[in-house]
Design a protein around this ligand. Structure first.
Ligand SMILES: Cc1ncc(C[n+]2csc(CCOP(=O)(O)OP(=O)(O)O)c2C)c(N)n1
Ligand SMILES: [Mg+2]
Length: 718
């Protein structure tokens, strides 16, 4: 074979090779080989305990290199998964960068030693840091594609994104597309179907690459996917172009991807490429596939190994001879050797680096600059009216803001707007916004909470300011993976290269008389427990306005909790305080001054504490009420100052008592203010049950003024 004549460049017929020239064919071989040998090297390093985890791309290389060649790094956007080493190499991540992540080096450019190997991230190449979860990335790609179309329509929004922190990476090209990939197992997640539905509905330029190796760890595809084929299963999605290919064949894969890319660049809708690949190295080093795959099956797989197959093809076609193949391989070995030496000599991260990039280093929402005087004008507004008023003003100032969720628009059919009053949310919190700003900025989504938050993440990564609504806090749970595993973590896991300043508004809480189990939930503490996430919960219309605006002007993800019971109360109204009114996060409001007992509270319990305090006053006990309004960060100084004065503390909250928000505050008071206490710290909270439908049960379950009164009397008499 060595004697076979090499095809001279001038005689080379690219048309025979899907339009790829000789250099591209050689590059494919080299990159596939490099990827495989990097996997081999990592496996060796793991066995020597010099790295701590390994997951390989073995068997997937051909379709990945093909995808890299069909797309443009730094132009298109990429939301890949943990098996995409050959794709990452094709796009421009270097072997050196990869091995720095494997050893967890301080200079690991993807995560600074925070993420496992094979979790690449590069703002320069538009490769967005991924998590280890199977599925969330499908939705991020959808949101990112929505940003592509949005920026194309609204140049001012893009300009504002460019001026914002990390704005140097904001950009948009008229025909850019968004790529995302995953294994066939991860298509079983609801997030996959939510993503396909949204992409198909919006005709979004997303390429979904399913790398089907037939197994999700040990679960075979016929037990994973109804009918055994994901491309057949989703064949009826409108506007979705489907390509199926042998993902171990680079040229066939390239042709399939090129057609998918052309469909997306032409704005005809999304595309799904279903590539059949193999997985010769087991799921990861922690897995041994001989436990569940027969020798015959493994043997059949090995005959499909893309690397020897393509090497042989190139030699047969006269593109390379054996000597040239050997030269490429030895060059690759040397490159890996040098990169390994550098990685093994690299400095580990410093222990004190752990706190960097939990939150934005660029905007501090607790800063003094967010302290603003209200310029009250106009009639009193309820808390719910204040939501729409604040959003409306801020949307005028910031073109990057979009508002979406279930029912938030005024009317799905824009042409009907003239004939109807409009819905504007089930609580009317977003009433009139679509009428004013159009459907491009205020729109309904399918009932898919993970989809709402996942899409918001994709938009925020691209520099937009999504304000997503979860219709009831009780229904936030389908989005939990997106909130906890993605939104809150993105900045930290990418060592500050990506950010995710999404605002998630969620009406919360009970005292509704009939709200029952599924319309009365609290649960804020589930979220204050999450680093990286700000959690805010105003109890007055004025605070709502100031805090919501701060949320939109800050640079971190914010869970903005709006108490439903407080939406239309007469006692917390306020005239509009002006289009620049902000309140810093982490600053409590002293709702009532007192000297005998501190009631630390927030949300709907503030007013209950006020009722209790009025009775206490008549009994000669002066209660101070601290309305925290911002739950994470919270105002420890205000708590300490109050307890320092009264020497008695009650933490009153609507959530279930045990493991609740009050546990943390009470513990800290015990730890840091013990010497100043004249009585034990008391918690007043809901019973450790769910919230029931019958009003008498709801009364018994949720904390009432009498409960606060009883606790305060006991403490005063202690
Ligand atoms: C949400 C979630 N559930 C479970 C896991 C554990 N897990 C990691 S990989 C994997 C199998 C994924 O299979 P597939 O999507 O086919 O990708 P492959 O690894 O085969 O390329 C599982 C179950 C996870 N990472 N995320
Ligand atoms: Mg699989």
């Amino acid at each position: 074979m060595a004697s076979q004549a090499k095809v001279k460049s001038e005689r080379f017929d690219a048309a025979k090779y899907e339009g790829l020239d000789r250099d591209a064919l050689v590059r494919i071989y080299r990159t596939m080989f490099l990827s495989r040998r990097l996997d081999d090297r990592e496996i060796q390093l793991k066995r020597q305990q010099k790295i701590y985890f390994q997951v390989s791309a073995a068997g997937h290389e051909a379709v990945q290199v093909a995808a890299g060649l069909a797309l443009k790094p730094g132009y298109d956007w990429f939301f890949p998964y943990y098996r995409d080493r050959a794709l990452a190499l094709t796009l421009g991540i270097t072997p050196g960068d990869m091995l720095l992540q494997s050893v967890g080096a301080k200079d690991d450019p993807s995560s600074g030693g925070r993420q496992m190997p094979s979790h690449w991230s590069s703002p320069r190449l538009n490769i967005v840091s991924s998590s280890s979860a199977t599925g969330p990335q499908w939705l991020h790609a959808v949101g990112a594609a929505e940003a592509s179309l949005y920026y194309h329509r609204d140049a001012k929004a893009l300009e504002q994104a460019r001026k914002a922190p990390l704005g140097e990476f904001a950009g948009a090209h008229a025909d850019e597309v968004v790529f995302t990939s995953g294994g066939e197992g991860s298509t079983s997640q609801g997030e996959f179907f939510e993503a396909l539905n949204a992409a198909s509905l919006g005709r979004l330029p997303v390429i979904f690459l399913v790398e089907d190796n037939g197994y999700a760890i040990s679960v075979a595809v016929e037990e994973q996917t109804a009918g055994g084929s994901i491309s057949k299963l989703v064949a009826s999605f409108p506007n979705l172009r489907i390509e199926e290919c042998d993902g171990t064949e680079p040229l066939e894969s390239y042709a399939a991807l090129a057609r998918a890319v052309a469909h997306c660049r032409g704005r005809k809708g999304p595309a799904l490429v279903h590539a059949h690949v193999t997985r010769p190295y087991s799921h990861s080093l922690s897995d041994d596939e001989t436990l569940y795959k027969t020798p015959a099956e493994r043997e059949a797989d090995s005959r499909r190994d893309p690397i020897p197959k393509f090497g042989l093809f190139l030699v047969r076609e006269g593109v390379l001879d054996e000597r040239e193949i050997e030269a490429i391989e030895s060059e690759v070995e040397n490159e890996i050797l040098a990169a390994t030496d550098r990685a093994l000599a690299a400095e580990p991260p410093a222990a004190d680096s752990i706190y960097a990039c939990v939150y934005s280093p660029h905007v501090d929402p607790t800063a003094k600059k967010f302290e603003a005087a209200p310029h009250l004008a106009g009639p009193e507004k309820t808390m719910v009216e204040m939501v729409a008023a604040t959003l409306a003003d801020e949307m005028a100032r910031d073109s990057r803001i979009v508002v979406f969720g279930e029912d938030v628009a005024d009317c799905s059919r824009e042409e009907s707007l003239r004939a109807v009053k409009g819905k504007g949310g089930v609580f009317k919190a977003t009433l009139g916004l679509q009428r004013r700003y159009g459907k491009g900025r205020v729109f309904n989504t399918p009932i898919a909470e993970a989809g709402i938050v996942g899409r918001a993440i994709g938009m925020a990564v691209r520099g937009m300011k999504p304000v997503a609504e979860i219709q009831f806090f009780d229904y936030i749970w389908p989005a939990m993976m997106q909130l906890r595993g993605e939104m809150a973590v993105l900045r930290w896991r990418s060592a500050g290269h990506f950010k995710c300043p999404v605002i998630v508004r969620a009406p919360i809480g009970g005292y509704l008389t009939g709200g029952s189990i599924y319309h009365s939930q609290s649960g804020e503490v589930t979220f204050t427990h999450i680093p990286g996430l700000r959690v805010v919960m105003p109890s007055t219309a004025l605070d709502l306005c100031g805090l919501l605006r701060t949320a939109m002007r800050s640079d971190d993800p914010v869970l903005f909790l709006e108490h439903k019971h407080l939406y239309r109360q007469p006692y917390n109204r306020s005239p509009y305080p002006g289009a620049d009114f902000t309140i810093p996060f982490g600053k409590a409001r002293v709702a009532r001054e007192g000297k005998d007992v501190s009631i630390i509270t927030y949300g709907a319990v503030v007013h209950r504490a006020e009722i209790a305090a009025a009775t206490l006053e008549r009994e000669g006990v002066s209660a101070e009420i601290i309305d925290l309004r911002s739950l994470s960060p919270y105002d420890w100084e205000a708590i300490a100052a109050s307890v320092g004065k009264t020497n008695r503390a009650i933490v009153a909250y609507e959530d279930t008592r045990s493991w609740g928000y009050g546990a943390e505050i009470a513990a800290r008071i015990g730890e840091e203010l013990f010497a100043q206490l004249d009585a034990p710290v008391r918690r007043v909270a809901a019973t450790d049950t769910f919230c029931a439908y019958h009003p008498s049960l709801e009364d018994a379950i949720l904390p009432q003024p009498e409960d606060i009164l009883r606790a305060a009397r006991e403490l005063a008499a202690y």
